[in-house]
Design a protein around this ligand. Structure first.
Ligand SMILES: Cc1cc2nc3c(=O)[nH]c(=O)nc-3n(C[C@H](O)[C@H](O)[C@H](O)COP(=O)(O)O)c2cc1C
Length: 166
């Protein structure tokens, strides 16, 4: 409970490496998310190469006509995809994203959901990447950036009036 209510998005990272052991735990938590009919048909593309991440960042920025870095210099980017014929693809993939971010926080790793994962892979360069991994029939839901966080997470304020009892 403490972890779930205190997790915050992280948008600034140190140079310290996230170990493979910790990354694997985060990824495993991601694929343990529930899926409709237990189909488990989401895919996670894990990027750690600096140049490839820069290329992805540019694709993401292009969607917004921006020249900034939407990945905030994160050293790891996990893109979560679902098959384009999956009726509950967005729901399934979003739960994977949630698990990734929560387990990242539990492991002391900073994370943030970065949007535009669908549009990035609609550019020719994005399609090439999908082809490389045989994911031409998949749609991106979110990019989960990961890295060693700078500073402490900010305090969270939550609007509890959103819970409406009958
Ligand atoms: C669907 C979704 C898309 C998001 N897209 C972005 C994004 O593109 N860039 C970004 O910096 N944060 C993005 N976020 C992070 C939200 O801004 C963040 O979760 C929200 O402000 C609440 O803050 P917290 O995560 O620290 O509790 C996204 C979050 C969600 C759930």
């Amino acid at each position: 409970m403490d972890l779930l209510v205190s997790r915050r998005s992280c948008r600034s990272f140190t140079d310290k490496e996230v170990s493979k052991e910790v990354l694997d735990k985060i990824l495993y938590a991601g694929i343990c998310a529930p899926s409709a009919k237990n189909r488990q048909n989401t895919k996670l593309l894990v990027f750690q190469d600096k140049e490839v991440i820069q290329q992805l960042s540019k694709l993401n920025a292009r969607v917004m006509n921006s020249d900034g870095d939407p990945f905030y210099g994160a050293p790891i980017v996990v893109v979560v995809f679902y098959p384009n014929d999956a009726a509950t693809g967005i729901q399934d993939a979003s739960l994977v994203m949630g698990n990734l971010m929560n387990e990242a926080y539990a492991q002391g790793v900073g994370s943030c959901w970065i949007n535009r994962a669908k549009e990035m892979f609609e550019f020719d360069e994005g399609k090439e990447i999908l082809k490389k991994y045989g994911l031409e029939q998949y749609i991106g839901v979110g990019c989960c950036i990961l890295g060693d966080p700078t500073g402490e997470p900010r305090e969270k304020t939550v609007d509890t009036s959103r819970i409406i009892y009958e």
